[in-house]
Write a protein that binds this ligand. Structure first.
Ligand code: PEP
Length: 248
């Protein structure tokens, strides 16, 4: 399977900074086909800019969140139809920062994934345990519960999602799961997907959590790690392109 390297810019950027970053990435690719599929998930106000900068390039773009509702009286929210208007291919749902700071439950995350799928936008569904959950030996239970909610809601469409295993303790901390630790959880998730669909091998399971140019190759070499969801390192063109190259 061709790997997928997706950047999550979080709440960073500006018109000028985004333009410079995207230009540096496209220049760095020098017209060559990248070693992996690539996507950049930008803050919502910049989606029109992403469309203008990336249309016709090998880099897809996406959003970092979407409403669980189709339309209506939901002030401040962005619907999946709006994302589609701007050519979004992906949307991150259930990022731990949204679960933690915005009270997103497993059911809300599943509803968002369902909304995205119904509109033909691929949800990147994040799952992952906190440090205390890992220390309590609950990693498997937590990630399986988070993924089960999505499987229950989207049914046979489960093969159309991307899963991102992001241990919360590794996000933005510089602490990465070892390749073996990450692979063990990815294998659990793959088995859970296989129990839900005979096509589970088609599902990309990304690793996220302080992936960088130095550690990407060993993580991406694991049999069930099909790519990366990259936060900090996606804000530096050279680092992001090195991660993409490591996926070869
Ligand atoms: C993320 O925000 O999804 C992430 C993985 O961040 P970082 O790479 O900075 O740990």
């Amino acid at each position: 399977m061709r790997k997928l390297i997706a950047g999550n810019w979080k709440m960073n950027g500006s018109l000028a900074a985004n333009q410079a970053l995207v230009k540096a990435m496209l220049d760095g690719l020098r017209g060559a086909v990248p070693a992996a599929d690539m996507a950049l998930c930008a803050p919502a106000p910049y989606l029109a800019q992403m469309q203008a900068l990336l249309q016709g390039s090998p880099i897809a773009w996406g959003s970092q969140d979407v409403s669980a509702h189709e339309q209506g009286a939901y002030t401040g929210e962005v619907s999946v139809a709006m994302l589609k208007d701007f050519g979004c291919r992906y949307v991150i749902v259930g990022h731990s920062e949204r679960r933690q700071h915005h009270g997103e439950t497993d059911d809300i995350v599943a509803a968002k994934a369902q909304c995205a799928l119904a509109a033909g936008v691929t949800p990147i569904v994040c799952v992952g345990e906190t440090l205390s959950q890992r220390e309590a030996g609950e990693t498997e239970t937590v990630v399986k519960r988070q993924l089960a909610a999505v499987i229950h809601t989207v049914g046979h469409c489960i093969t159309e999602i991307v899963v991102a295993y992001e241990p919360v303790w590794a996000i933005g901390t510089g602490k990465t799961a070892t390749p073996e630790m990450a692979q063990a959880v990815h294998a659990v998730l793959r088995a859970q997907l296989a129990a839900a669909s005979t096509n589970a091998k088609r599902v990309h399971i990304l690793y996220g959590g302080s992936m960088n140019a130095a550690n990407a190759a060993s993580l991406l070499a694991q049999p069930d790690i099909d790519g990366g969801l990259i936060g900090g390192a996606s804000l530096k063109s050279a680092d992001f392109l090195q991660i993409v190259a490591a996926a070869a």
